[in-house]
Ligand binder design. Structure first.
Ligand SMILES: [Fe+2]
Length: 245
């Protein structure tokens, strides 16, 4: 049969058994993710049901909005781990953070040790409104301090959409890219799905993450992908194996 109209796969079917997620907001009451332990349990169970083998959850750390610290996150993680075990959820999970690169970040990482995804890999994000003025200096200094920046969801920074060369510049500046998987089903809109396709085609993504905050996100993994670069996407998903511990 001709396959011109071959229908696209569902996102969850592309996620290989044993997937290791590196970006989510599952710790209860600590950011805009899970609000209660009950929500944490539902979300963790969903991860387990989708076949994830382990995950690192990444609460926001941003000076002005989510003033979390390694101490509050570690404490919350410890308590949550026990409660999940009591509920027969044995999936191994760690806690790191998603750091907002705002004007206080530079002083922050010079004074404090950052929570990392693995070794010196640190998950960073920026505002959806504009890039920080000192972005390239921050990225440079972060690397001088010994870290490798993994930029969360580059496709979601719409201010780069009409200036694609900025993505190339970021990669040259040593930034790794983490794709938000839900971008491939159009969860954040058509324009973001289109840029996702372009970044995938050009092989610019290094890793993938769910960025799950709630059950609505989980439900959207049942949607069909809107992009064509299926093999590139599968490759990016497989790259997360790097984070196996
Ligand atoms: Fe996030």
């Amino acid at each position: 049969m001709l396959s011109f109209f071959k229908s696209k796969p569902h996102l969850k079917d592309l996620i290989s058994e044993g997937f290791i997620d590196i970006h989510s907001h599952l710790l209860p009451g600590i950011d805009d993710g899970a609000k209660t332990i009950k929500e944490t349990i539902h979300l963790t169970k969903a991860f387990q049901d989708m076949g994830f083998s382990q995950f690192t959850t990444t609460p926001h750390i941003s000076h002005y909005i989510w003033n979390n610290s390694p101490e509050t996150i570690t404490e919350n993680h410890k308590k949550t781990k026990l409660l999940l075990e009591e509920n027969n959820l044995e999936i191994p999970f760690r806690a790191a953070a998603e750091y907002l690169m705002d004007d206080s970040f530079e002083n922050y990482f010079k004074e404090k040790k950052l929570l990392t995804l693995k070794d010196n890999y640190v998950l960073v994000e920026m505002s959806y409104l504009n890039a920080p003025i000192q972005l390239y200096k921050t990225l440079f200094d972060l690397q001088v301090a010994g870290y490798i920046p993994v930029l969360a969801h580059p496709e979601r920074y719409t201010f780069y959409h009409k200036n694609f060369s900025e993505y190339e510049k970021l990669k040259k500046a040593g930034c790794l890219f983490q794709l938000n998987l839900l971008s491939t089903v159009g969860y954040y809109g058509e324009r973001i799905a289109k840029i996702t396709e372009e970044l995938l085609k050009k092989g610019m993504y290094d890793f993938a993450g769910t960025d799950v905050h709630n059950m609505k996100h989980i439900a959207s993994f049942s949607n069909k992908i809107k992009i064509n670069s299926v093999s590139n996407l599968k490759e990016v998903i497989a790259n997360n194996h790097f984070f196996k511990r």
